[in-house]
Design a protein around this ligand. Structure first.
Ligand code: 8YV
Length: 313
């Protein structure tokens, strides 16, 4: 009987094969398919390798009476009800740190793409408009701008370090003030938004941070303001953001995450002041490999009775 359940339609073939080669396993496309497994199969499962953003709650955990660990592929585990897991004595692990560089690189790349209108430039070259119309409209200088990092965790810090290399005036919000090289701490995100031109959102997802970047924060950012989000769609009031972008009340946005991924609000596609990416923050070959290895290491440690590498609860 298989001890491992691989759960997630978006596991790549090689990632799934690596898990399946390590342990006899069964596969389901998502938590909603767990109930379809027969009872003896469910009773044998001790570990679940999870990848995805579909909710994984207590009701799904209850299908597996001998479940001991849910190893999440990803640093963000907001899809998993950790409280429900803890109440059942189930451990949860994630894949922190190995993706910090990729996510920070993407944040800076998207910020530059938004300021320097890469989308407009690319279309201009590909369409031949360059030869007919000449230069594109001038855009905006990146170096030296003022930036507010919303959430100075591990990823937020990597972003801030990169911003420092671009000689930016760095501000941040966080649960508490941190030791930083001259960066300005704000307890209130509205106050920070008033002080900067760019907000880069690097919060954890989940109920606690829902709509943290509220309408009031967006309004405080003002007409030169740009919002970069590489965290979760839930952290920004998306309706307020769309209204502000459509009405030109902020200058633009660069977004890797949305509500209702991958079927995002069609209003985004109509905007020409946004950079849109398909939640690819950690999506380099190197980083995804490291994430897969860390997930497998957590499973292997659990099944052999060793300490978990990156436990959450
Ligand atoms: C996802 C992510 O894990 O790590 C996270 O929190 O959001 C991503 O890296 C990835 O999209 C796979 O679902």
């Amino acid at each position: 009987m298989s001890e491992l359940l691989i759960c997630g339609a978006n596991f790549k073939e090689d990632e799934r094969a690596r898990l399946a080669n390590a342990y006899p396993s069964v596969f389901v496309g998502g938590p909603s398919e767990m109930a379809d497994l027969d009872e003896p199969t469910r009773a044998a499962i001790k570990a679940i390798a999870y990848k995805g953003h579909a909710p994984f709650g207590g009701a799904e955990m209850d299908h597996f009476p001998n479940l001991g660990v849910i190893a999440n592929y990803g640093v963000g585990y907001d899809a998993i009800d950790v409280e429900a897991a803890s109440a059942r004595g189930v451990k949860v692990t994630n894949t922190p740190n190995v993706l910090n560089d990729d996510v920070a690189d993407l944040a800076i790349g998207m910020l530059i793409a938004q300021f320097r209108t890469f989308y407009r430039g690319e279309t201009h070259v590909r369409s031949g408009a360059w030869a007919d119309q000449g230069e594109i409209p001038l855009n905006r200088k990146v170096t030296g701008t003022s930036v507010g990092i919303v959430g100075l965790g591990r990823i937020g810090r990597e972003i801030a370090d990169r911003c420092a290399a671009f000689k930016m005036d760095i501000h941040y919000t966080s649960r508490s003030e941190k030791e930083t090289p001259g960066w300005t701490y704000h307890a209130d995100p509205v106050e920070m938004a008033r002080a900067v031109d760019v907000l880069i959102v690097a919060l954890v997802g989940g109920k606690e941070t829902e709509n943290h970047v509220s309408k009031a924060v967006i309004d405080a950012l003002g007409p030169r303001g740009v919002i970069v989000n590489i965290s979760r769609g839930t952290t920004v009031d998306e309706a307020a953001l769309l209204d502000a972008l459509e009405q030109g009340r902020i200058a633009g946005a660069a977004l890797d995450v949305f509500l209702n991924e991958p079927r995002i609000d069609p209003r985004f596609a109509k905007l020409d002041n946004v950079v849109l990416q398909p939640h690819q923050g950690s999506g380099s070959v190197e980083t995804r490999r490291a994430m897969a290895e860390l997930q497998l290491e957590n499973i292997a440690n659990f099944l052999s009775g060793k300490a978990l590498v990156t436990p959450v609860n």
